[in-house]
Design a protein around this ligand. Sequence first.
Ligand SMILES: [Zn+2]
Length: 149
Amino acid sequence: MRRAIALSEESVRTGGGPFGAVIAKDGEIVAEASNSVTIDHDPTAHAEVNAIRKAARKLGTFDLEGCEIYTSCEPCPMCLGAIYWAHLGRIYYANDRKDAARIGFDDDFIYKEIALKPEERHKQMQILLPEEAKEAFQMWESSSEKTEY
Ligand SMILES: [Zn+2]
């Protein structure tokens, strides 16, 4: 966690957001990253997502089961989703979503949005062409060559 916190401080000094993350396996660091949203012009380049991408590349797998993540701040909903998709184990965090909201990163707002029914959210959602979109799902379901994840 101290390394994740150090990365978050380094990130502020080098123009990134104040967030750092470390992924470890069996007590050894596999990957570390900081937030690079503004540097990379990438709204998804949060520290946790960057660390997951690095760890997966390094280990040559999309499944990070057996790894843990240390992040300087409670993961936002996007990163929490990525952590689930990556099958990471335990999540350790230092600052929480309320601390983040106090300095202008309102993850808490997105958490609240997710809890609402789609029609109650600020972002409007509409179903389009569901029957046409089913084709890929049927292809996937009947494929014997797919790699499940
Ligand atoms: Zn995030």
